[in-house]
Design a binder for this molecule. Sequence first.
Ligand code: HPA
Ligand code: ZN
Length: 341
Amino acid sequence: MTISDYVLGMPKIELHIHIEGTIEGQLLFDIADRNGIKLPYETPDDILALQNSNKTSDTESLRSFLECLDASRGALRRDTDYYEIAMSFYSRAKQENIQYAEIMFDPQQAVRQGVPFEGCIEALCQARDDALERFHVRSQWIMNLQRDFSLESAVETLSNAEKYREDIVAVGLDNFEVSNFPRKFLPLFDLARAQGYHLTSHCDVHQPNSLNHIRDCLNLLRVERLDHGLDAYFDESLSQDILERGIGVAACPTFYSAGESCPDKTMECIRGMLDMGVLISLNSDDPVQLGSGWLSSALASAQASGGFSDNEIKKFMQNAVQSSWMERSQKTSLLSDLNDY
Ligand code: HPA
Ligand code: ZN
């Protein structure tokens, strides 16, 4: 994949990236060794092979991808592991010219593996502060709750987060959506809204009941942003509603495609929503564990597969700024940098 100088040099914003999906091969193997964990891969290249092992349907693809993610993030056992993977991401973000990122983390996974909630969030916040000083990358943390875990576990996690309210900008949902409907988390979202968090949720692409998931995330959970959510394009009234309500759509063009070309159906939705004027942005999701690539390469793939002009690629970044939760002054400054670019 060739990446143009225009894409490489563009000031970038990343709104949909999971810190546990950014662990590069050698670092992952070092962490696993240190923690005495046997990974289900022999070499870093095997990560993608496992992820691609079952692509018989979109649902099986999602399942096998999430199993692969579990295998990698299952090696994280100490708060220092979280610090290290975050710093590794930030140094990459600097190379990518990412100016600002809203990064997701999954505390339930950490706690299950023996890392206390406090240790996990404090390590991530330390990395955020160190990265600002060392790399000049600004960021905020989004706390994701896992859909396949119970409501009670999610509510308990939210209450553990209370002390860190100022360090967590938003609450979201991720993991396997298929039989885990948004309604299950209505009390969680009501609590999180009352505590002043911004709200987002994954609505994975091309899953059974995708449209119902999106509708319920918007109307029951009242999220302000969708992670993925592309199937809404296939329903005129739903996509119109997203447009009129100014809902951000944090899309990932290389989701399921291991970084190279982007699936046609995905491209059709991205192109359609951009042309409608929806606040759609392009993001990387899980650059290593999903093989979706770092942001520049995801943008270059989208450009090659979807025929987006340089100005349209810039528009995705402007949309990201508009639908982000950064401070107003930072929005103004980044929009002006993009405008001049
Ligand atoms: N979808 C669902 N769960 C996830 C994803 C995703 O794209 N990335 C990490 N966890
Ligand atoms: Zn995601």
